[in-house]
Ligand binder design. Structure first.
Ligand SMILES: Cc1cc2nc3c(=O)[nH]c(=O)nc-3n(C[C@H](O)[C@H](O)[C@H](O)COP(=O)(O)OP(=O)(O)OC[C@H]3O[C@@H](n4cnc5c(N)ncnc54)[C@H](O)[C@@H]3O)c2cc1C
Length: 450
């Protein structure tokens, strides 16, 4: 890809959006009530909610590059209920009650995005087709069924197991043995959506500065944020920096970025579309630890992400491109859908997701209630970040609500060790996850599905 100053090379969605004219950078010194660092879904949702609640409050968003430069302009666009890694892992690490609470939060998050798009008529190429978590081996079928039984036993409904025959009536791949079917899932075009959120926030009176990296934060009676073009003085700040949070000294050890990668085909021909039979255009993931996620775009391309992840050593944030994982993904598209043999892939990209220890998100106050942060959304942050914006707005306004009471607000986040130990530990966890996938894929497909 050609590197472009507006970062449209960072994803298919950004490359096909436009033309886009960023807001000017900060030039001079300004004072605001709340400064938000980071112009992704989290920052913009927080900004919008703050102004909705407090029309007199001055709110500025400071984005180091352009709106949607981070994961928000590059993701798969699944607005879904999955939290952290998967329900069984959340239950094992945090207990049953917290797993239920997390799932309820995610259901609310998906509904929140849906309502926001509809209420403000956001032009996000959004539809609400539901979600299929497909099993591609008997071991994955058991894993999904176990998750489903767990949720059902806790009174969580709205998700069912569908068998191979019914599934192939929805998406036709010989590799699919059955699926988790969940109607509650939206799909959106992330670049369009994040810039629609920007438009909405600005319409509500938020000031957005792009190409405005915050290079230093000084805490006093007020906060002073240094940027190349001037300073911002703020009563309160929001660190909406997710996978970039380790670059902020106070958040350094709370999360680690890892990179996930995506590819997209050219628009499929009617014959190619007929061969995959994806008439209801659901979002699809498999049940691997190193998940594949795939969907159709509005112009009938097939986009697939996942397969492998790239660990970033130290502060490295330039691990977007992985020829190895791009090749794996392109092979996997054709392996799952042989009718697409010979299809051309037009865009390949990657982006950072934030992983906090224990694979769960974290929202919290930093030092005191005047500074709040959000991170650790993993690869399941599209819906989550929107509701987190609502939660962060409540925290900033020092309002106690059912959202601020949720267990991952002000949860204790185990710190990552410094390098090279951090990288070595991450490698070990990754090797474990890969080995589990290998074991689940080793078994033959003729094994009976319970
Ligand atoms: C390839 C990919 C696919 C994904 N697919 C899905 C999916 O289908 N469904 C799902 O639920 N989740 C998915 N995710 C995860 C999801 O995209 C993220 O959880 C979500 O977008 C995070 O939003 P955010 O606003 O918190 O962070 P970001 O969008 O990353 O925004 C953070 C922003 O902060 C800015 N910033 C950082 N430091 C500074 C600074 N010092 N000064 C100013 N600005 C700064 C960055 O430039 C960045 O724009 C995916 C992620 C990736 C990378």
């Amino acid at each position: 890809m050609i590197l472009r100053a507006d970062h449209s090379d960072k994803s298919f969605w950004l490359a096909t959006y436009g033309p886009y004219t960023p807001n000017p950078p900060l030039a001079g010194d300004v004072k605001v009530d709340v400064a938000i660092i980071g112009g992704g879904f989290t920052g913009l949702s927080t900004a919008y909610n703050l102004r909705c609640d407090n029309p007199a409050m001055t709110v500025a968003v400071l984005e180091s590059e352009v709106i949607g430069y981070g994961a928000s302009g590059r993701n798969g666009g699944f607005s879904m209920t999955l939290f952290g890694m998967e329900p069984a892992v959340t239950k094992a690490l945090f207990g049953q009650q917290r797993m239920i609470e997390a799932h309820r939060y995610m259901e609310r998050a998906v509904d929140y995005v849906d309502a926001l798009v509809r209420e403000h008529d956001l032009q996000s190429e959004y539809w609400f087709p539901g979600f299929l978590r497909v099993a591609t081996t008997p071991a994955y079928a058991r894993r999904i069924q176990h998750d489903l039984e767990l949720l059902t036993s806790m009174g969580i409904g709205g998700i069912e197991w569908i068998d191979a025959e019914r599934l192939r009536g929805e998406v036709d791949s010989q590799a699919f043995l059955g699926a988790w079917w969940e109607p509650r899932c939206g799909l959106l075009n992330p670049a369009r959506h994040v810039r629609e959120l920007e438009r909405l926030a600005q319409q509500f009176g938020v000031t957005v500065y792009e190409r405005t990296p915050v290079t230093q934060i000084t805490r006093g009676a007020r906060f002073t944020l240094k940027t190349p073009g001037g300073t911002v003085t703020a009563d309160k700040i929001v660190l909406a920096t997710n996978a970039y949070s380790h670059l902020i000294p106070e958040l350094r050890a709370k999360q680690h970025p890892v990179f996930t990668h995506m590819v997209v085909t050219e628009p499929l021909t009617p014959a190619q579309l007929a061969s995959i039979g994806w008439k209801n255009r659901q979002g699809v993931e498999d049940a691997r630890n190193l998940v594949h996620y795939f969907r159709l775009t509005a112009d009938n391309r097939l986009a697939m992400g996942g397969s492998g992840i790239t660990l970033a050593y130290g502060r490295k944030m330039d691990c977007d491109l992985s020829p190895r994982f791009f090749a794996d993904l392109e092979r996997d598209v054709v392996r799952l859908f042989p009718g697409l043999a010979g299809v051309r892939f037009t865009h390949r990209w990657g982006g950072p997701v934030s992983v906090a220890a224990q694979m769960a998100p974290a929202i919290g106050c930093l030092g005191d209630a005047r500074a709040v942060y959000s991170l650790g959304c993993q690869g399941h942050g599209v819906s989550l970040t929107h509701l987190n914006g609502r939660t962060l707005a409540d925290l900033i306004c020092e309002r106690k609500t059912d959202l601020t009471d949720v267990w991952f607000v002000n949860r204790r986040v185990l710190p990552y060790p410094p390098e090279p130990l951090c990288f070595a530990l991450s490698k070990a966890v990754l090797a474990y996850l890969e080995a589990e996938d290998w074991l689940r894929e080793r078994r033959t497909r003729s094994e009976a599905v319970r």
